[in-house]
Design a protein around this ligand. Structure first.
Ligand code: COA
Length: 257
């Protein structure tokens, strides 16, 4: 696959939105009841959200879905889904889709895009923190209940909230220079590379659950102290490590009451 042959653009018309639903089904393997339906894609596009596609010729190979939100009077985007077809992954397409969302948001005067992600997903964490420059300082326990997606492995659907401050120094420097500003690391939270196989098999699932519970406690404790996730490391064995410190920039929309 050559990345240059893929065009990123807004989706147009019901057939392209239908292709998003089909790709969603392929990527997450949700039951029909848990799929985000076509109607929601239509609505997202109409109410100021984003439905962006990655197309190889006319075939959709990735998409991003975002809906508008407000917090303390500020408009922001909540990016609900990002998907790239399996054979097209690890060629920068996920990142390109996010950067396209950013350009579109900035053109509309929006400065924040948020999304949630599973703290046990090493790849997503790396993409969000290191390649995009999102920060994290909030944790939701079992956000969607226990879902039918095999990616979730029957565990509670805990989620970290990624805040992507589109005009922050951190993001601008990362996009220009490829590195985010240095910070003093005050805590680290580990995710073992085996987490994927532990989640996948019923007899090792307890091990995955134990990691989730340990890390949940560590995140909540560190966030309550005012620390934020500002870095993410992977080692040669594929283990992941969240790095936390104090974020010095003032970007924040106070939480809704
Ligand atoms: C998450 C997803 C959209 C990323 O798409 P993608 O096109 O593969 O992303 P990119 O290629 O832009 O970036 C992925 C980065 O993670 C790295 N990566 C790949 N596998 C990894 C792993 N096991 N651990 C850590 N990092 C990994 C890639 O090497 C790449 O970094 P690099 O550019 O420095 O090499 C895609 O994997 C996907 O559709 N996953 C299933 C659905 C999902 O989880 N969506 C996100 C939550 S809504």
């Amino acid at each position: 696959m050559s990345g240059d042959a893929i065009v990123i653009r807004p989706c147009h018309g019901v057939e392209e939105l239908r292709a998003c639903v089909a790709l969603q089904k392929e990527v997450w393997n949700f039951s029909d009841a848990e799929l985000v339906p076509l109607r929601m894609f239509v609505v997202a596009e109409k109410v100021g959200g984003q439905v962006m596609g990655a197309f190889e010729r006319d075939v959709m190979v990735g998409f991003a879905l975002a809906i508008p939100g407000t917090r303390s009077g500020h408009l922001y985007l909540h990016s609900h889904m990002l998907a790239v077809r399996k054979d097209y992954r690890n060629h920068g397409l996920g990142r390109r889709l996010k950067l396209f969302q950013r350009e579109d948001a900035l053109a509309r005067g929006i400065e924040l895009i948020e999304w949630t992600f599973d703290p046990l997903e090493i790849k997503n964490a790396y993409l969000n923190i290191e390649k995009l420059g999102a920060i994290v300082r909030r944790y939701n326990i079992n956000q969607y209940g226990i879902t039918s997606s095999p990616l979730q492995g029957g565990l509670p659907s805990d989620r970290l909230i990624a805040e992507w401050w589109l005009k922050s120094k951190r993001v601008e420097r990362l996009l220009k220079a490829g590195t985010h500003p240095p910070f003093d690391c005050e805590a680290a939270i580990e995710v073992p590379a085996q987490i994927y196989e532990w989640k996948a098999a019923p007899d090792t699932r307890a091990k995955a659950k134990a990691v989730q519970e340990r890390n949940r406690g560590e995140f909540l404790q560190n966030f309550s102290k005012g620390l934020a996730v500002l870095g993410y490391e992977r080692d040669a064995q594929g283990n992941g490590r969240f790095l936390l410190g104090h974020w010095e920039e003032p970007w924040s929309y106070a939480s809704q009451p």
